[in-house]
Each structure stands twice: as structure tokens, then as C-alpha cells.
Design a protein around this ligand. Structure first.
Ligand code: BES
Ligand code: MN
Ligand code: ZN
Length: 504
């Protein structure tokens, strides 16, 4: 937990342990030393010179501030240079805020002040800048310490005070509230993802969803495995067969109160553990497979923000939840399943299970709801992770308008997207001699992320739809100052919230 406040006092008047000032590369030393007392100023000037600090991105210097017998620390942190445009990228700011938290954490500085830079640096408004500040500070603080008994390893940064000057106070306050709420949801998703697979099965996820629904007055429907089988959701049923745990199909509905408002469908892959099934994964690939419900976690957490922020669109969240395990009852390579929409697929590899549960969820969504758009989030393919690495999620869609809306939401929210093809040329890759389609693409076509996306496309007939593969970005993202090198990122929450709040 971190407490975030604003203050009109200058940094010199704060009594926090760390006072952070962000500087552009090749900044003028005099503009900075003005905000501290004479003695500190002299020291700071010397330190800057000695360390050849110029304000390059994410470089830092610190100088002690001695007041009586107490010591605090001035922290200068560089945000780099403006490129050809006249503003700095907001992503640079996010990383700087993340890094400030990390430095405070390392030194066990419990309280931090940050001089809020002018919004004009980034060509944004005060509300958004404050939102990003609070959001990132809270995201950076998150640590999965439920099972850690050593107190030293917990995060100890407790308070951030944002010193402002020339900003609009009311806008800052609103921005901070919004940022806190988004970050709270991002961290909720991260917590569910980080929970070990022994602590979170489909049923526990359903219980969590019931809690979220109750808290926010959302309509919730949960189908159990028996109902899933009876309804003809053959994909979700097939994946769930090997597990002793009950599969669940969770549907949450947020009604904005306006009958004429558009309705968006968010679908999240919810495999609480992916062993690969009978097509068993090698040990190393299995290590992180508790993260295979990251899509469902993001959708569920998004519903919380949407409801609290009273978004002006209706949102339906669909979370097919299952566990992919081998057993005497497990689905076998060679099996053929029939999905909710009547189509069939040959299961050539039981490790390509995500598309099977999503197929039913997408068909169900389209059949039972009038949706203006569907976006699905899924840790779907290693191929996507290999293609893009950890810093982008793969966006696939044939609907240009939806792509534009998502790219815009990506830029504003910070959840980075990179488009991958969803071109019909690859469709022959998933032909099957014995069923409508096969659940893995033929090797000759490569492009595993795309062929998985095309598999899904068979289950959305008319609704504008985009598929987002988060296999690389959901977990263990290295070197990003506001994430940890290990654990869940909550990717997708910021994106979906932004998309829903600004839907036109
Ligand atoms: N959950 C995995 C994909 C994944 C890989 C997520 C790495 C996160 C990190 C998915 O169910 C899977 O196993 N996909 C297979 C598909 C293949 C058998 C066609 C893969 O990518 O290897
Ligand atoms: Mn798999
Ligand atoms: Zn999987």
C-alpha cells in the first residue's frame, strides 16, 4: 500500500526521506538548485559535476540534505532528450516514476516527494499526468509477498507526495483518484495471476468474480462443468476433462443504465494451469504456466474499474476457466470436438488448448449478446512471445476501426501493442482432413500467433473483433522500472479500461 497525496509546498518544505526532481538531458543546473537551500545547492552542484550527470534517460544522482540531526535525500533523475517533436514521450515519464520508487525501495526510504513536471513537457493535461503518476507509483509498489515471511523482502515505500506548481489542483486530484483505481485493478489482476496454481483453480476464480460482482452491483452468471458439457461447449469441456477440478464459465455484466449505449464484450483466456495435457510441456516451459489465466484476470479486474468509474458503455466480460492436465480421462491427440456454434475441430495437440476454450466463449458471446465489438485477451502462443518479446502484446484483427481504437488506447494507457497479421492467406494452415479445422497450424506456414488467431476467427461471425496475444507480456517482463523482473504485469487492464472509457 502506498498513500499518494498532493502538496503545494516546495520540495524543500517537505519532510520526506526522498525528494525527487526530474530533469531533461542537458538541463541548466541553476533551475534545479533553486528549489533547495544554499548549502544543499552547493553540494548538489558539486555532485552533479563530479558524477558527470547530464540527465540521460533513467540516470540518477543523489545528494544528502542535512537538517539538524535528520538526513533526507535529494534525487535527480534524467528523462532524456526531446526528439524532433516538441514533447517528451509519456512512456519515458512512466519509467522515471517507476525508477524513483525502485530507488526509494532499495534505500528503504519510506516517504518520497516528487516534483511534478509541467504537463506541457508531454503535451498532455494535468489530469492525465496526475493519473499516470499515481497509477505507475502504485503499479511499481506491487510485490507478490503473500508467501514471503522475511519482512526485509517486502516493499517499504509508504507515501508519495506530489509537489505541484502551476498545475490545476482539482484536475490533479481527479487524475490521482483515477490512477489509483486503475492501478488497484492492475494489481488485483497481478495478484490472482501470481497466486500459485494450488491456490487458484477455476472455482476460486468464480468465487473472486462473485465478490467483484457483489461489490460493484454487476450481474454474474457462472456455468459449472456439467452445464458446460450440456450446453455443447465441447472445446471448454474437452480441455477440462483431464482435471479433477470443475471448469467454470463466468460471465459478468456491467449495465451503464442507457439502453442505447454501445455494448462491448471482453473475453479472457482462463487456464489456471497449463501442463499441456497429454501433449505434455517440457518442465521448463511449464514453470510459469500459472500465468495462463492472465487474460481472464485482466478482464475481471477491468470490470471493477469500469463499474467504479461508471463507464458510459455496457460491458460484458466472458471468462472460460479450466485447468489443462493429463490423466486417464484427458482429451487425446486425434480427438474431435464440437463447439458451441456447431463447428468441429481435430485436436492434434492438447497444448493448443487456449483457442479451444476461447472458441466456445466467443461463440457464446456472439449468440447471446448484441455486441458492438469483441476484444479477447489470451496468453495464447509461444510464437507471439518469440516474435515480439516481452514489451508488446500482439494485436490481430481485420477490423481497421477497432485496430485504430485499440492502438490509440494502447498509446494513452501504456499497454503497448504491436500488430501482427491476421491475413486469410494463412487460413489453409489449419485445414483438417477429418474436421472443419485443426487446432494447430501446419508447420509449413509457421506464423503460430496468426494461425491461432485465424482459428479463433471461425467463432466470430459478424461482430467487429480483435484478438490480443499476451503470452510474452503477461509475466516475467525484464528491466521495466515499474514492473518487477519476476511475476505478473496485469497487462491488458490499463488498455481495456482506456478503450471502454473512451469508446465512440
Ligand atoms: N499457454 C500457452 C502459450 C504460452 C507460451 C503462454 C509461453 C505464455 C508463455 C499455450 O496454451 C500453448 O501451449 N501454446 C502452444 C501452441 C502450440 C502447441 C501450437 C505453444 O505456443 O507452444
Ligand atoms: Mn497450452
Ligand atoms: Zn495455454
Amino acid at each position: 500500500m502506498i498513500d499518494i497525496k498532493i502538496s503545494e509546498q516546495t520540495l524543500a518544505q517537505h519532510n520526506t526521506k526522498c525528494r525527487a526532481i526530474i530533469v531533461e538531458q542537458d538541463f541548466d543546473v541553476n533551475t534545479v538548485v533553486g528549489s533547495v537551500d544554499k548549502q544543499t545547492a552547493a553540494l548538489l552542484k558539486a555532485v552533479i559535476e563530479e558524477s558527470h550527470f547530464t540527465g540521460k534517460t533513467l540516470t540518477t544522482v543523489t545528494a544528502p540534505i542535512i537538517e539538524g540531526d535528520s538526513v533526507s535525500h535529494l534525487l535527480l533523475i534524467g528523462i532524456g532528450k526531446r526528439k524532433d517533436s516538441n514533447s517528451l514521450p509519456i512512456e519515458s515519464y512512466r519509467r522515471v516514476v517507476g525508477k524513483i520508487i525502485r530507488i526509494a525501495e532499495q534505500h528503504k526510504w519510506h516517504t518520497v516527494s516528487l516534483q511534478l513536471p509541467p504537463s506541457a513537457w508531454f503535451a498532455v493535461d494535468d489530469l492525465y499526468l496526475a493519473q499516470q503518476t499515481a497509477e505507475i507509483a502504485k503499479i511499481a509498489i506491487y510485490v507478490f509477498d503473500k508467501y514471503i515471511t522475511d519482512n526485509e523482502r517486502k516493499s517499504h515505500v509508504k507515501e508519495m507526495i506530489i509537489a505541484y506548481n502551476g498545475h490545476d489542483q482539482a484536475k490533479l486530484e481527479r487524475g490521482i483518484e483515477l490512477g489509483k483505481q486503475v492501478a488497484y485493478a492492475v494489481n488485483l489482476a497481478r495478484h490472482w495471476i501470481d497466486l500459485p496454481p494450488v491456490a487458484l483453480h477455476p472455482e476460486e476464480m468464480a468465487d473472486i468474480a462473485k465478490g467483484i460482482a457483489k461489490e460493484n452491483n454487476l450481474k454474474i452468471t457462472v456455468f459449472n462443468e456439467k452445464q458446460i458439457v450440456e450446453m455443447g461447449m465441447g472445446g471448454l469441456a474437452a480441455v477440462s476433462r483431464g482435471s479433477d477440478r470443475d471448469a467454470q464459465f463466468i460471465i459478468l455484466e456491467y449495465d451503464c443504465g442507457n439502453k442505447n449505449a454501445p455494448t462491448l464484450g471482453f473475453v479472457g483466456k482462463g487456464i489456471t494451469f497449463d501442463s499441456g495435457g497429454l501433449s505434455l510441456k517440457p518442465a521448463e516451459s511449464m514453470e510459469t504456466m500459472k500465468d495462463d489465466m492472465s487474460g481472464a484476470a485482466a478482464v475481471l479486474a477491468t470490470m471493477d474499474v469500469i463499474a467504479k468509474q461508471k463507464a458510459k458503455v455496457n460491458i460484458i466480460g466472458f471468462m472460460p476457466m479450466s485447468e489443462n492436465l493429463p490423466s486417464g480421462k484427458a482429451t487425446k491427440p486425434g480427438d474431435i470436438v464440437t463447439f458451441y456454434n456447431g463447428k468441429t475441430a481435430e485436436i492434434k495437440n492438447t497444448d493448443a488448448e487456449g483457442r479451444l476454450i476461447l472458441a466456445d466463449a466467443l461463440s457464446y458471446a456472439e449468440k447471446h449478446y448484441k455486441l458492438d465489438a469483441i476484444v479477447d485477451l489470451a496468453t495464447l502462443t509461444g510464437a507471439c512471445a518469440y516474435a515480439l518479446g516481452p514489451y508488446f502484446s500482439g494485436l490481430m484483427s481485420q477490423n481497421e476501426e477497432l485496430v485504430d481504437a485499440l492502438m490509440q488506447a494502447s498509446q494513452v494507457s501504456g499497454d503497448a501493442l504491436w500488430r501482427l497479421p491476421l491475413n486469410d492467406d494463412y487460413r489453409p494452415a489449419i485445414k483438417s482432413p477429418v474436421a472443419d479445422i485443426a487446432n494447430i497450424g501446419s508447420k509449413r506456414y509457421m506464423a503460430g500467433a496468426t494461425t491461432a488467431g485465424l482459428f479463433l476467427s471461425n467463432f466470430v461471425e459478424k461482430t467487429p473483433w480483435a484478438h490480443i496475444d499476451i503470452a510474452g507480456s503477461a509475466f516475467n517482463v525484464p528491466d521495466m522500472p515499474y514492473y518487477r523482473n519476476e511475476g505478473a504485469t496485469g497487462v491488458g487492464v490499463r488498455l481495456l479500461v482506456q478503450l471502454a472509457m473512451n469508446w465512440k
